[in-house]
Design a protein around this ligand. Structure first.
Ligand code: NDP
Ligand code: MG
Ligand code: MG
Length: 341
C-alpha cells in the first residue's frame, strides 16, 4: 500500500525558512513560484537573458534574476526548465554556483534517472511532481485546493531531505490533496509510460485511427470528429469520477455491450505486447537517448513529427467545428490554435 501524506504531516516552516530559486517560469515554474510565494516562502525566479517569461513573472511581483545569480543566493534550487535543457543548464550555470549544502528540487525524475545530471554528494536531491498540468496546479491552489503530488528523495545529504520535500509539497498546495511516496525511478518510468502508451500517444493514435476509419468509409469528417474526439472528454470525465465502471453504468446498454465485445477486438493482446516493448525502451534508456540525441541535434525528428501531426485532417476539421461550440472553454495558458510550438 502506498504511503500517503497530507498537510498535517508536513512542516511549512522548513521551506519558509529558506531562500528558494525557481529556475524556469513555464507551465510548472509559474505555478510553483506563485504558490510558494502565497504560502509565505521567499522565492526568486531564475531566467536566462532575454527570456520571454520575464515580464510575466515581474507582473506578478516576483523577483527575477539571471539563473547564475538566482542560484548563488539560494538554499533550495528548483529545476523547472524543460527536461531537454536541464543538463546543460545544470552543468553550465547551476552546479558551479550552487551553495554548499543547497538542496535541489525536481518536478520530474528524467535527468536524474537517466544519469544526465549527477549532483555532488553534499546536496539533497528531491522530487515533488504534481500529477497535473502547471496551470491547474496554480488554479487549484488559488481556489484553496491542490493537485496531488508524488514525492521522492534521491539523495539525503542533510538527513532531513524527506522533511524538506514534504514541506515544499505543502508549500505548493499539493498536500491539500495528498502526496504519495515514490522514487525517482518509479516516477520517471511510470510517467513516461503513461504519457506514451495511454494518455498522449495511445489516445492520440486511437482517435486518429477512429477518424480515418470513418472518413475513409465515406462518413462526414464533422460527424466523425464528434464521435471519436469531442465525446471522449465526456467518457473520460466519467472514468475520473467513478472508474471504468461508472462510464459503463452511464452509457446505454448498447454502448456497454459494444464496449465488451469490440474493445478487445480493437485493442487486442498484441497491443499489450507493444506496450511492454515501449516500457522496455523506457527502462533501458533507449527512449531517453533518442529524445535527447534528437534535441541536441536541433530536434529534426521532433519537428518533423510535430508538423505531421498538425497536418492530420482531424485538426482542420476540429478548428472549424470548435467555432460552433460556445461551451468549449477558451484555451488555457499560452496555447495558440494551430501552432503546437
Ligand atoms: P516549460 O516548457 O513550460 O518551461 C519553460 C520555462 O523554462 C520557461 O520559463 C523558459 O523560459 C524556461 N527555459 C527554457 N529554456 C531555458 C534555458 N535554457 N535556461 C533557462 N530557462 C529556460 O516546462 P514544464 O513546466 O512543462 O516542465 C518543467 C518540468 O516539470 C519538467 O521536468 C517536466 O517534466 C515537469 N513536469 C511538467 C508538467 C507540466 O504540466 N508541463 C507536469 C509535471 C511535471 P524562456 O522564456 O527563456 O524560454
Ligand atoms: Mg511527463
Ligand atoms: Mg455515440
Amino acid at each position: 500500500m502506498a504511503e500517503l501524506f497530507y498537510d498535517d504531516d508536513a512542516d511549512l516552516s522548513l521551506i519558509a525558512g529558506k531562500k528558494v530559486a525557481v529556475i524556469g517560469y513555464g507551465s510548472q515554474g509559474h505555478a510553483h513560484a506563485l504558490n510558494l510565494r502565497d504560502s509565505g516562502v521567499d522565492v526568486t525566479v531564475g531566467l536566462r537573458e532575454g527570456s520571454s517569461s520575464r515580464v510575466k513573472a515581474e507582473n506578478e511581483g516576483l523577483k527575477v534574476l539571471p539563473v547564475v545569480e538566482a542560484v548563488q543566493g539560494a538554499d533550495v534550487v528548483v529545476i523547472l526548465a524543460p527536461d531537454q535543457v536541464q543538463r546543460h543548464l545544470y552543468r553550465d550555470e547551476i552546479a558551479p554556483n550552487l551553495k554548499d549544502g543547497a538542496a535541489l528540487v525536481f518536478g520530474h525524475g528524467f535527468n536524474i534517472r537517466f544519469g544526465y545530471i549527477t549532483p555532488e554528494a553534499g546536496h539533497d536531491v528531491v522530487m515533488v511532481a504534481p500529477k497535473g498540468p502547471g496551470h491547474i496546479v496554480r488554479r487549484e491552489y488559488a481556489d484553496g485546493r491542490g493537485v496531488p503530488v508524488i514525492v521522492a528523495v534521491e539523495q539525503d545529504a542533510s538527513g532531513s531531505a524527506w522533511e524538506l520535500a514534504l514541506s515544499y509539497a505543502k508549500g505548493i498546495g499539493g498536500l491539500r490533496a495528498g502526496g504519495i511516496k515514490t522514487t525517482f525511478t518509479e516516477e520517471t518510468e511510470t510517467d513516461l509510460f503513461g504519457e506514451q502508451a495511454v494518455l498522449c500517444g495511445g489516445a492520440s493514435q486511437l482517435v486518429q485511427y477512429g477518424f480515418e476509419t470513418l472518413t475513409e468509409a465515406g462518413y462526414q469528417p464533422e460527424v466523425a470528429y464528434f464521435e471519436v474526439l469531442h465525446e471522449l472528454k465526456l467518457i473520460v470525465d466519467l472514468m475520473v469520477e467513478g472508474g471504468i465502471a461508472k462510464q459503463r453504468w452511464s452509457v446505454s446498454d448498447t454502448a456497454e455491450y459494444g464496449d465488451y465485445v469490440s474493445g478487445p477486438r480493437v485493442i487486442d493482446p498484441s497491443v499489450k505486447e507493444n506496450m511492454k516493448a515501449v516500457l522496455a525502451d523506457i527502462q533501458n534508456g533507449a527512449f531517453a537517448k533518442r529524445f535527447i540525441d534528437d534535441q541536441d541535434a536541433g530536434a529534426p525528428e521532433f519537428q518533423e513529427l510535430r508538423a505531421k501531426g498538425e497536418a492530420h485532417p482531424i485538426e482542420s476539421t476540429g478548428r472549424e467545428l470548435r467555432k460552433m461550440f460556445a461551451w468549449v472553454k477558451p484555451t488555457e495558458g499560452d496555447y495558440v490554435e494551430g501552432s503546437a510550438a
